[in-house]
Design a binder for this molecule. Structure first.
Ligand code: FAD
Length: 462
């Protein structure tokens, strides 16, 4: 995700406006994300067998993520990220992908934000100060490393029983060709180079998804044409107000419900988490290229290598942060309270929007406005290993065009690993819906989404 020229122009001056508005506007509240009405339960189609092994994510409903990535809804602007990143009373500091205006929604952005917040602490802290970091994802670990390397005592409090946050590699039991990745793993070569330039080792293993096809009820067709969406977004840049991407498509004369266009928008959502009905067209999410690179190694090493010498307390959700000009007191879910000189908060945007941590006093108006104005985007993934391949598509990226399947983007591992494994990616409102399904319903929905790839039943003799 990148920053456009408009980003810089529109960002100027919004800080002052926020201060003026603070006195006379009501408490900001996040705009609720559209939830799609659950449709009838999908039944798995004849011809798509039950998988021999499967794994799924549920980042949208996980209370410690409540989303996959942040994005800018129409009417918002990248200045909100900088506002959210600003220290409060020089005691509370903020990091996490949502606070990085240059690479939001990415591992790279998370790492950079952690380093930035760590440096901010270092410019203010004396040698004996105690620093805490809330969250052991990429941002929290980068922040803690930066502060610890300067000689401070740092403690990380992590709500889950594991580190890594939205990086999640599952052990490779169940016969997978390489460890299952349920969070970020489709990192471009540029991302990996940039991370390694920051002395972060992502690992050697890579897999290329470099051939794509569209697939309709009638079989293979051309791959996606994203040009109408790109053009619509460009044209929307000339409008007097920022409209959502889907509206920009309609205003350009195209029909967002046209199956090919809907598939292009589903691809945008699956790779950026953004909902086209909400996402800004002025600061639109980038359309991913029709070629991806996956990191096949265990990404927990990337996190854990950076934690040497740093105390990490797992299973310790922070529920309250009380602060004044002398320090910060953190209360854990267990009821225990601990005091620190400075605290770096790296929890995801969705967690801040949910007010899962009570700040006392409440965060400044500008921070609350930024939290309310940014949007939590949703991406879910499902991995399915079959005993035998049932499909006849050789390409590594499949776009489902038409039909009512929930998951419209599939990665085919067969050509690259020899194993009949399919990985589904779904973004936006359908991802939220998918995350809310029971395991059995999610499995059925995933199989139903593969209906076009099932062999045509033999009708001879009927
Ligand atoms: C399915 C999926 C696919 C993605 N794909 C890509 C991709 O291909 N490329 C890319 O660059 N990025 C991708 N991302 C985004 C990337 O994973 C994130 O931008 C990045 O990992 C965020 O790091 P973070 O440290 O900001 O947040 P997190 O990793 O979420 O870390 C925050 C930590 O805070 C903890 N926490 C939450 N609440 C509390 C609390 N109350 N007390 C204590 N701890 C708490 C959480 O448990 C978590 O460990 C993807 C994300 C998902 C979910």
């Amino acid at each position: 995700m990148s920053i456009t020229r408009r980003t810089l122009l529109a960002g100027a001056g919004t800080g002052a406006v926020a201060v003026l508005l603070a006195a006379c506007t009501p408490e900001p509240v996040p705009t609720p994300t559209r939830t799609s009405t659950p449709g009838p339960k999908p039944s798995p189609p004849v011809g798509v067998p039950a998988p021999a092994a499967w794994a799924r994510s549920a980042w949208s409903t996980d209370p410690y993520s409540l989303g996959a990535v942040s994005y800018l809804p129409a009417g918002s602007d990248p200045q909100r990220r900088e506002t959210l990143a600003a220290p409060v009373m020089d005691r509370l500091f903020f990091a996490g992908e949502a606070t990085d205006a240059a690479h939001p929604g990415t591992v790279l952005g998370a790492v950079d934000s952690g380093r930035r917040a760590g440096q901010e602490v270092l410019t203010r802290a004396s040698d004996t100060e105690r620093v805490a970091v809330i969250g052991a994802g990429a941002a929290g670990v980068a922040a803690a490393r930066t502060v610890a390397d300067a000689g401070h005592t740092v403690t990380i409090f992590e709500a889950r029983e594991r580190t890594g946050g939205r990086l999640l590699t599952r052990g490779d039991d169940d016969g997978w060709p390489f460890p299952v990745q349920l969070g970020a793993w489709l990192l471009s070569d540029e991302d990996v180079d940039a991370l390694e330039a920051r002395l972060i080792t992502v690992g050697e293993g890579r897999i290329a998804f470099d051939s794509a096809t569209g697939w309709t009820a009638d079989g293979p067709t051309d791959t996606l044409d994203v040009e109408p969406v790109v053009r619509a977004v460009e044209q929307a840049g000339e409008l007097p107000t920022d409209v959502p991407v889907a509206e920009a498509v309609t205003l350009s004369g195209a029909d967002p419900t046209d199956p090919a266009l809907a598939a292009a928008l589903a691809w945008m959502s699956a790779t950026t988490g953004a909902d086209p009905e909400r996402a800004s067209s002025w600061y639109a999410p980038d359309m991913a290229p029709d070629a991806l690179t996956g990191v096949t190694g265990d990404l927990s090493a990337f996190i854990d290598d950076s934690l040497t010498g740093i105390a990490v307390t797992l299973a310790s959700p922070v529920v309250r942060a009380a602060y004044d000009e002398r320090g910060v007191s953190l209360r854990m879910g267990t009821g225990e309270s601990l005091s620190f000189d400075r605290v770096i908060v790296t929890v995801p945007l969705g967690v801040l929007q949910q007010q899962a941590i009570e700040f006392a006093p409440a965060l400044p108006f500008a921070h609350r406005g930024a939290i309310a104005d940014l949007a939590a985007g949703y991406i879910e993934t499902v991995w399915m290993r079959f005993d035998e391949p049932f499909w006849d598509a050789e390409q590594t990226i499949w776009h489902v065009i038409g039909g009512d399947g929930m998951i419209r983007t599939w990665l085919n591992l067969l050509p690259v690993t020899g194993e009949p494994v399919l990985i589904g990616l779904v973004g936006g409102a359908p991802a939220q819906e998918f995350a809310g399904l029971s395991d059995q319903d999610a499995k059925d929905a995933a199989r139903a989404s593969l209906a076009f790839f099932a062999p045509v039943p033999d009708v001879q003799g009927q």
